[in-house]
Write a protein that binds this ligand. Structure first.
Ligand code: PMV
Length: 333
């Protein structure tokens, strides 16, 4: 039985994927651009027995270091993805999977991105194949978690909106290109009540969705240019505008989705406050109430300091741009 362990990161989108042409295959209606993180990661160990023909085993490692059987829908999503990978590789056999996150799962902090990226890289490797990042991106996306397509690459990643093809993400720049930080204010670590899948499904019902699509290419180009020139004055406002727009689409969908909590607004106000004090920092949120505050390395301490003092903030995660997935011999079983 071969065994591989992979640590794969979450990512935070500066230009967001919201709305799909095909939800099951996560084919996006719009391009996106993200920064791969380094602290928020999933570690997944996958063992593959080519000669066995049983049911795949899936386990979650808890904070206490014990293993538990995950909920039925989680297990089902993992098994479906393993089936897909088996089929793609043209191999028979049984998987054993154990996985753990360094951060809250299902709370809009991209645990499905890191989770399916780790699973895809580890499972294909246990079956004996080391794939190119573009191939891994396509396979990870087929899990239904679109943002997983970006988490198989490090640094800064674009996932273009293509008319045809396999829709792989594209590596734009390495982590060493620009040392941006992400101070994450966790205001609610509980799993969100409306999945991003539902959000994607409802996006087109917002009367503002088509308007969003019309200016997204321009915004993406501005983000690319800002990234190329390491121009935070241009990138920062764009990131925040983009996040607010995603949530406006969510709130104006039918039925509406409110991912924000009062605490989210308190953090947004604090971020405006630090800017008034001359600190360059801008906020972004994925499909959840927690706030990612993006800033250059030199501003990280000031941002963390301010957010730590907010009673609404339950925890701070100090993260930043990272190099992407890696293998490790620190197996989970
Ligand atoms: O990867 P999904 O299908 O969970 O969708 C992710 C959606 C956002 O996180 C809100 C935006 C993004 O581009 O990551």
């Amino acid at each position: 039985m071969s065994k591989v362990t992979v640590v794969a990161p979450a990512n935070i989108a500066f230009v967001k994927y919201w709305g799909a042409r095909d939800l099951d295959q996560a084919i996006p209606r719009a391009p996106s651009l993200s920064m791969t993180l380094r602290q928020c990661t999933t570690r997944t160990t996958v063992a593959f027995a080519a000669d066995e023909d049983g049911e795949d085993e899936v386990r979650l490692r808890t904070e206490e270091g014990t293993f538990r059987v995950p909920g039925a829908s989680f297990t089902e999503r993992v098994r479906q993805h393993l089936d897909r990978l088996r089929q793609w590789m043209g191999q028979a056999g049984t998987f054993r999977v154990a996985t753990e996150n360094t951060f809250p799962s299902g709370a809009g902090l991209a645990s499905s991105a890191s989770g399916f990226a780790a699973l895809t890289v580890a499972a294909t490797r246990t079956m004996g194949l080391v794939l190119e990042p573009e191939q891994l991106s396509v396979l990870a996306r087929l899990s239904g978690s679109g943002s997983a397509a970006r988490s198989v690459m490090g640094g800064y990643v674009e996932w273009p909106d293509m008319e045809v093809g396999d829709y792989p993400a594209m590596h734009l720049a390495g982590a060493d290109h620009w040392d941006l930080r992400d101070v994450i204010a966790v205001v609610d670590p509980a799993p969100k009540t409306v999945s991003s899948r539902d959000g994607h499904r409802r996006a087109g019902t917002s009367p503002f969705y088509e308007t969003r699509l019309q200016h997204l290419d321009e915004r993406l180009e501005q983000a690319r240019v800002a990234l190329r020139h390491r121009d935070f004055e241009q990138l920062g406002p764009l990131i925040e505008e983009e996040a607010i727009e995603l949530h406006l689409i969510a709130m104006s969908s039918r039925p509406p989705i409110y991912y924000w909590k009062p605490a989210t607004l308190a953090v947004l106000e604090a971020v405006r406050g630090v800017r008034t004090d001359g600190v360059a920092a801008y906020a972004t949120m994925d499909a959840g109430p927690n706030v990612h505050v993006i800033c250059p390395a030199a501003e990280e301490a000031a941002v963390a300091n301010r957010l730590e003092r907010l009673p609404e903030v339950e925890a701070i995660i100090r993260d930043g741009v990272g190099p992407g997935p890696s293998t490790t011999t620190e197996h989970l079983f």
